[in-house]
Design a protein around this ligand. Structure first.
Ligand code: SF4
Length: 65
């Protein structure tokens, strides 16, 4: 859902072009407003309750913090 990948470099940019743009390359979970930093590079995300996302991940709900 939402094109989430544990590594932003693995996003399917045919479906989700944003990460391929110069601005999009700066977007990762760890600088997303919805990220709640946890341990070992993982964290919580308001979009995926009860799951852990990776700090270097990305999804199309990314929002500037
Ligand atoms: Fe990562 Fe998407 Fe959650 Fe933001 S909304 S922390 S980009 S999974």
């Amino acid at each position: 859902a939402l094109g989430y990948r544990h590594d932003a470099a693995d996003v399917d940019t045919a479906k989700y072009p944003a990460p391929a743009t110069p601005e999009g390359k700066k977007q990762v979970c760890s600088n997303c407003k919805l990220y709640q930093a946890g341990d070992d590079g993982w964290g919580g995300c308001a979009i995926f309750p009860g799951k852990q996302v990776q700090g270097i991940g990305w999804c199309s709900a990314w929002i500037t913090s």
